[in-house]
Design a protein around this ligand. Structure first.
Ligand code: HEM
Length: 453
């Protein structure tokens, strides 16, 4: 890797790159490895040229500055919040720009608390039981697909209500088509790729129509209901802003579509990596299973057990550390600024905050490549800065679904972990795919063995 030397003018050093292309051609084919090599070589902050000048932050203080201390200076990129990005998730929380975002976030936050998430525990248990039943009949499965499907069934019932069913799989297929399109759009450098009548684009257009129809139909049936709102759709329709007005139907639709794209792949992939890591670390796996048995006895893991499933929680955190489903996010500086590291950022510069890299920084984790749930005992947590580990982000755009995701993940881990032993069919073949989320390339085929109780 050719490189320029450490700058003395407050601009950090980084690899030199090519005329016009900068570092793009090195970065695109092997994103994680390239960012890791740069971080190893250049330290706290790396200067890259990826389109605009780009700063890869590899220290917790700078991340805190960008996400919290001076967050108003760092916006989501126009790729997400511009006209094109909003075509995908409209004015929903994820893609709305700062001015609109705060008002929406205030309105929706009360519906994503720990208490509200707890009301969805029963349906997580039900969906997990349904999957366990089918696993008792199976010898092997693509666990990545299974976890994503489980999380998808959960989020659909969280949105539309307990009795929503998608038995013909149409809605699930529409969500998948939408995801394929978003990935295709997001990862493509060719500006008109989404204008071509390719299969991905046609499937997406069909999926959009199908999802809109479903949301509108469910909204009509909710509006006739006299019951107190339980599902997200009903909660969103009855929520009112400070001025007493409600969301427009279009806004509700955008928020629902946002939940559909943020609320399942993330958890599904997070759980997938847990199964992968546990299969490779059998003493930690046994410790987790013993904990579940002793905390839950013969009961299904449920709300009352969550606080006591401490080691299971440590396993989930450690897995989110090594394989954070949201592996990177990008911000754009509005105005010039100086980061705590001394780096001078200009207006329009991009900031890369890559959890995958920060979570493996030896300054914060003594043996960073090693799976070690004890990284999450109370003492270890207290000894680290907050932004050494932040799988759910931070600041005004922190993940709104964290309480739901945590509740769901722990219950699924505890319940399926106690019943099944999962082993990779070919652990050596597992490769990372850093797409919209970080998932195993081509899925994760595992054998399924029932544990005798
Ligand atoms: C393990 C599971 C999850 C992970 C790792 C995760 C991670 C994240 C991260 C890092 C962000 C911030 C993105 C940014 O600032 O650019 C985010 C935002 C968001 N997440 Fe999650 N998420 C998870 C599950 C969920 C679930 C279950 C839901 C929905 C129920 C959800 C809904 C959202 C929404 C709506 C936003 C945008 C929030 C805003 O800008 O105000 N997430 N998530």
């Amino acid at each position: 890797m050719s490189h320029s030397h450490t700058a003395t003018n407050g601009r950090a050093a980084g690899p030199q790159g090519l005329p016009i292309f900068g570092n793009l051609l090195s970065y695109l084919p092997r994103k994680l490895q390239y960012l890791q090599e740069c971080a190893d070589r250049y330290g706290k902050v790396v200067r890259l040229r990826l389109g605009e000048p780009t700063w890869l932050l590899n220290n917790a203080e700078d991340v805190h500055h960008v996400l919290i201390a001076n967050s108003s200076n760092y916006q989501k990129t126009r790729r997400l919040t511009g006209q094109k990005g909003r075509q995908l998730s409209g004015n929903g929380l994820l893609t709305s720009s700062s001015s609109q975002h705060l008002k929406q976030r205030r309105l929706l936050q009360p519906h994503f608390t720990k208490q509200t998430s707890a009301t969805f525990c029963g349906l997580v248990q039900e969906e997990t039981r349904r999957l366990a039943k089918s696993w008792h009949q199976q010898k092997q499965a693509d666990v990545c697909r299974e976890m994503e499907c489980l999380a998808k069934s959960v989020i659909l019932r969280v949105i539309f209500g307990d009795d929503f069913n998608d038995d013909d799989g149409e809605i699930s297929a529409a969500i998948d088509a939408r995801r394929r399109y978003i990935e295709h759009f997001n990862l493509s450098l060719f500006p008109f790729r989404d204008k071509l009548p390719t299969r991905v684009v046609r499937d997406y257009q069909h999926a959009e129509r199908r999802l809109h129809e479903t949301i509108d139909r469910e909204l009509r049936s909710q509006s006739r209901s006299t019951e107190p709102p339980k599902c997200m759709l009903a909660r969103f329709s009855s929520a009112t802003y400070q001025n007493g007005l409600s969301m427009t139907q279009e806004q509700v639709r955008d928020e629902v579509l946002t939940l559909m794209s943020t609320g399942y792949e993330t958890i599904g992939d997070g759980l997938t990596w847990c199964w992968y890591l546990l299969s490779q670390h059998q003493s930690e796996e046994s410790r987790m299973v013993e904990e579940v048995k002793s905390v839950c006895q013969r009961d299904d893991p449920g709300l009352d057990h969550l606080d006591d499933l401490k080691f299971t929680r440590m396993v989930f955190n450690e897995s989110l550390r090594l394989y954070p489903p949201t592996w990177i996010y990008v911000r754009m500086a509005d105005n010039e600024d100086v980061l705590p590291s001394g780096t001078r950022v200009c207006a329009g510069d991009k900031i890369y905050i890559c959890q995958y890299i920060l979570h493996r920084n030896p300054q914060y984790f003594p043996d960073p490549q090693q799976f070690e749930p004890e990284n999450f005992n109370d003492a270890a947590i207290a000894n680290r800065p907050k932004f050494a580990f932040f799988p759910f982000g931070g600041g005004p755009r922190v993940c709104i679904g964290e309480p739901l995701a945590r509740m769901e993940a722990i219950l699924v881990l505890a319940s399926l972990g106690r019943q099944f032993k999962l082993r990779c069919v070919d652990a050596n073949a597992v490769r990372l795919h850093p797409g919209i989320t970080l998932r195993p390339k081509g899925g994760l085929l595992m054998t399924i063995e029932s544990r005798s109780h």
